[in-house]
Ligand binder design. Structure first.
Ligand code: MG
Length: 388
């Protein structure tokens, strides 16, 4: 029996993880749940999954929830804030922590979890983009695994089983192309509603915008480079509108191994939870005679400057990655808030990056310092309209 905690249980991945768990009752047990502000969702999850420990963002919510738990006869430890997350992930019963938060909020708790020797099933790529090498080293030192939940990385992971990493020639990371892959009109006129309308995947807002700018694919390339120890120039992105081939690995002998399935996040989630086992699932299987064709195209780096930017930032590395991620977070939030145009997202990140001097001697403190500097800087650019 695996005993898990889910950080971000009210989000898209969190809800799908619980859906997977509810179908594997004798395999996975939910010990801990953490949400930000969606207390009502958390309450319904408490009723259904009966966790032993939960955490929410603020103290007032935690106090109210404590009373509710007592009233409803649930014996649960209720925590709050950053320290609450840390206490949750270090709970002795838990062996795997599913990290499904947005952005870098979970960085401290992941580190605490690794130090407490918990395996990590990771869905949010920002943490690996910002502090990937630090986390991988720490995981190695503590003998824990970092299991990918992202569909592409789960695919790559599955294509690498029993293979030597040194024999990988390249990783071929597939991309649906997002809603604007075939869009030929003015990108600056793209609305929030259009950008949120992703053709294949239903996801949270931040990642859906990242998918529309293809910054998400840039992040995923960096994530793959970190998780699989392959340099960024050995990672090739290919547009595959059907989203059936979730990624491929080419080996030195010319063999390409791919992982295919219908696009359903519950599959990579389940695999991360049951690895190294494979269990039955309710996911609809592929009917190749109905698929007819699988298409592959080169991405257009000029149409999607964020993707190009992510590659060049990845080559320089260190705190430039932190800066890019932070500026992107602020710019995407401003776009969702209708303060800036779709095309301004790139401009804001680009200006912020150009103003950053890379620091190579990186401690955790440096990450947080750079992160908060870049967020303030990007915000200032937006407020002063100095992005042209
Ligand atoms: Mg993905």
């Amino acid at each position: 029996m695996k005993k898990i905690a889910i950080l971000g249980s009210s989000g898209s991945i969190g809800l799908q993880t619980l859906d997977v768990v509810s179908k594997m009752k004798n395999v996975v047990n939910v010990v801990g749940l953490a949400v930000g502000f969606n207390i009502e969702i958390l309450k319904s999850q408490i009723k259904k999954f009966k966790p032993e420990v939960v955490s929410v963002s603020n103290l007032i919510d935690a106090q109210k929830l404590k009373k509710w738990c007592i009233l409803n006869k649930f014996r649960i430890d209720v925590h709050s804030g950053d320290t609450g997350l840390e206490r949750l992930v270090t709970t002795s019963k838990i062996d795997t922590v599913v990290v499904a938060l947005v952005g870098t909020v979970g960085l401290k708790s992941i580190i605490a979890a690794i130090k407490a020797k918990k395996n990590i099933a990771i869905a949010n790529k920002e943490i690996l983009v910002v502090a990937g090498n630090y986390i991988m080293n720490l995981a190695n030192k503590n003998g824990v695994s970092i299991l990918p939940i992202d569909s592409e990385h789960s695919a790559i992971f599955q294509c690498c089983i029993n293979e030597k990493k040194s024999r990988i020639k390249k990783i071929i990371l597939t991309a649906s192309g997002g809603p604007f892959y075939r869009y030929n009109k003015d990108f600056s006129k793209i609305t929030v509603e259009q950008a949120l309308d992703h053709p294949t995947w239903k996801m949270g807002k931040k990642i859906t915008i990242d998918s529309a700018t293809l910054m998400n694919k840039g992040f995923e390339s960096i994530e793959a480079s970190i998780l699989f120890g392959v340099p960024i120039d050995k990672i090739e992105i290919i547009i595959h509108p059907q989203s059936i081939v979730h990624s491929m690995v080419e080996y030195v002998d010319g063999s390409v191994i791919a992982q295919l399935s219908n696009h359903d996040m519950r599959l990579p989630i389940q695999y991360a939870l049951t690895y190294p086992e494979r269990l039955d699932s309710n996911i609809q299987t592929l009917d190749f005679a109905k698929i007819h064709k699988l298409e592959f195209y080169k991405p257009d780096f000029n149409k999607f400057p964020c993707l190009k930017l992510a590659y060049s930032v990845a080559k320089k590395g260190y705190t430039l990655l932190t800066t890019m991620n932070a500026a992107n977070e602020v710019a995407v939030a401003a776009f969702l808030n209708k303060e800036i145009k779709f095309t301004d997202i790139f401009k804001i990140i680009d200006i912020t990056i150009k103003s950053h001097r890379i620091l190579k001697n990186v401690s955790l403190k440096t990450f947080f310092k750079v992160d908060s500097w870049a967020k303030k800087y990007a915000r200032k650019i937006i407020d002063n309209h100095t992005y042209g």
